[in-house]
Design a binder for this molecule. Structure first.
Ligand SMILES: Cc1cc2nc3c(=O)[nH]c(=O)nc-3n(C[C@H](O)[C@H](O)[C@H](O)COP(=O)(O)O)c2cc1C
Length: 202
């Protein structure tokens, strides 16, 4: 009897699967550093969450000529499958000219092609960048998410000015700021709770 109860509890405690996407393709990207830090947190400080980094660099530029009767090029099929399998999404989204990066928009658009892979998923946005830490780009991402039927957590917000001393990242782009790590942890806890709330309602 005790064993059956334990098995039930274990099944209920399956980790929330999070797909993490970074809108910057550059090697030393601060935003990808945020993703690495989030993955590290998920292996210790934040229980019950499993984060997989999904690289969007291999995705070709969106061109609907590449779609053949509802099928997509292999890289796109693989990407769409990763999003489908995720319970929620963590966007690390640099701000380019007050908006999201072209790589990010390309990924959003590919997975939005019918059937929309984003629909009904919980999501959170974090960003590192200039003076406002990428905050204006975050608003554009929220706007795009309305039509994609993404459900973003509202709080806590996470913006990080990557250029204001003291250094927030090391030369490899790893997050080294303890306050930022703690704020990132709060985002992950909120994303986990919100994902479970949405799943309980559906
Ligand atoms: C094309 C382009 C446009 C940018 N526009 C903005 C901007 O509007 N606001 C801002 O704060 N930073 C802007 N930046 C700076 C980036 O946000 C900053 O370099 C950030 O660190 C990039 O993220 P990454 O480190 O993950 O690559 C821009 C950078 C590029 C390449």
């Amino acid at each position: 009897m005790a064993l059956a109860g334990t098995a039930g509890a274990a099944a209920a405690a399956a980790p929330v699967k999070v797909a993490a996407i970074c809108g910057s393709l550059r090697q030393g990207s601060f935003n990808r550093g945020l993703v690495r830090s989030a993955i590290e947190l998920s292996k210790g400080a934040v229980e019950g969450i499993q984060i997989e980094y999904i690289d969007i660099a291999p995705l070709p530029m969106l061109n609907t000529d590449l779609e053949k009767q509802g099928t997509f090029p292999p890289e796109i099929e693989a990407f769409r499958q990763k999003i489908r399998e995720a319970d929620s999404v963590l966007f690390a989204s640099p701000e380019y000219n007050f908006s999201v990066s072209p790589a990010m928009k390309n990924a959003l658009d590919w997975a939005s092609r019918p059937p929309n892979m984003w629909g009904g998923k919980a999501a959170a946005i974090v960003s590192a960048g200039g003076t406002l830490g990428g905050g204006r780009g975050q608003f554009h991402l929220r706007h795009i998410g309305v039509f994609l039927d993404l459900h973003f957590i509202n709080k806590p917000e996470f913006f990080l000015n990557a250029f204001q001393p003291p250094a927030k990242f090391n030369d490899d782009g790893d997050l080294i700021d303890e306050d930022a790590k703690n704020r990132l942890k709060q985002v992950l806890l909120s994303l986990k709770d919100f994902t479970l709330q949405l799943q309980a309602k559906s």
